[in-house]
Design a protein around this ligand. Structure first.
Ligand SMILES: [Zn+2]
Length: 189
């Protein structure tokens, strides 16, 4: 019986290694950067399926907080905060904010929730960020941002979105805070 389970464990380990080597270096079919992005996304999706698991979950009225263990990263824990109303998730690894790729921890959660597709924000956001990779001119037509500086700007935009969504999820718990938040945002126009 013990022999049997040891064999099973070995078989399982073997099949995981085969799957990992099969998918870790996807064969490129085009020279497009888009394909690199897609393959990075694919490897996160595979990690979500094989290497992540739930440690615990805390549920409140508007939020669910998942503590997710990542076996591919020495069993480190990551916190995914899911806003039930907005259907948005933010992870403590901040991969989406910094690299434009939705991390395995958020993907794990969307998979467990049986989402058939990702919320549009994660797709639209990518295009918004891409749209910014052109030089910015002021109203007089003077160049104010070179394309070379755009990576820094893109990162800041990602950070800003994360801050806005975090403030929004806190503010909407009462109407007064929500009004205050709207007023503050309007002052930036
Ligand atoms: Zn993550």
């Amino acid at each position: 019986m013990r022999y049997q389970s040891a064999m099973d464990a070995q078989r399982y380990k073997q099949s995981k290694l085969v799957a990992a080597s099969k998918y870790s270096i996807p064969h490129r079919k085009t020279p497009l950067d888009l394909e690199i992005h897609a393959s990075e996304f694919q490897s996160e999706l595979i990690a979500a399926s094989f290497d992540c698991g739930l440690q615990n979950v805390t549920i409140s009225e508007d939020m669910e907080t998942f503590c997710i263990i990542d076996r591919r990263r020495n069993n480190r824990w990551y916190m995914v905060e899911y806003d039930k109303n907005e259907k948005m998730a933010a992870c403590s690894c901040k991969m989406f904010e910094t690299e434009d790729i939705l991390c395995r921890h958020c993907l794990w959660m969307f998979k467990e929730k049986e989402f058939k597709s990702l919320p549009t924000f994660y797709i639209i956001s990518r295009w918004q960020k891409n749209a910014m990779s052109i030089p910015i001119f002021d109203l007089g037509g003077n160049l104010i941002e070179e394309t070379s500086k755009m990576d820094e700007v893109k990162k800041k935009v990602g950070d800003l979105w994360a801050e806005i969504f975090s403030c929004l999820s806190l503010a909407k718990k009462n109407e007064e805070s929500l009004d205050e938040f709207i007023d503050v945002i309007k002052t930036f126009k």
